[in-house]
Design a protein around this ligand. Structure first.
Ligand code: BTN
Length: 180
């Protein structure tokens, strides 16, 4: 019992560390939208698949807490990340583990395409849509323009969802993480 609690905490710490490390990879600014291309959301999707709703959310919250003192958000501190035009994306990350886990549990299909679709819905569509809505509000552009510009992220994010699922499946084969 105690051992599995320690293991759970280690898993959470490990995924948080992965997300923080991915946050140190310099973001790629895009001139036409004040939101950069980042790799960090790959780690967020991994948290959802590997850790499930509760532990995955804790892992993301940890990244926000560490970000109070260390710039864990692609060179920015948490305060900047949650007050910038891109904060809708970062805040949406907090809900990715919940939606991913909900989808994977409600549809416990072993079919990789269906699993990919659930990860994509939660980790890509939901995040990019929420981020776009916040972007429209924060920058006073139309929702249509915000969604249209945010679509630039869809191909890269789709690739990240695919990579996250492959990594997670490999890791789970080696070591089940009991993602509840
Ligand atoms: C931040 O560090 O302030 C958050 C950056 C959010 C970037 C979003 S995440 C989804 C989409 N895909 C990307 O590569 N960039 C945006």
């Amino acid at each position: 019992m105690q051992k599995s609690r320690i293991q759970n905490n280690l898993n959470i710490a490990l995924i948080s560390t992965v997300i923080v490390i991915l946050g140190f990879i310099p973001p790629i600014p895009l001139g036409f939208i004040p939101v950069p291309l980042v790799l960090q959301n790959l780690g967020v999707m991994l948290a959802g698949i590997l850790l499930g709703a509760k532990k995955g959310t804790i892992a993301i919250i940890l990244v926000f807490l560490v970000g109070i003192i260390i710039p864990t958000f692609s060179g920015s501190l948490t305060l900047a990340a949650i007050t910038s035009p891109s904060s809708g994306y970062a805040i949406a990350w907090l809900f990715v583990p919940f939606f991913t886990s909900l989808g994977l549990q409600k549809f416990p299909i072993q079919n990789s395409y269906s699993q990919f679709f659930i990860v994509w819905l939660a980790g890509v569509l939901f995040v990019d849509l929420t981020g776009a809505l916040w972007l429209a509000y924060a920058t006073q552009i139309s929702i249509y323009s915000a969604i249209l510009s945010s679509m630039i992220f869809i191909p890269g994010d789709t690739l990240k969802a695919f990579i996250a699922l492959i990594i997670a499946k490999r890791l789970l084969k080696i070591k089940p993480m009991s993602n509840v």
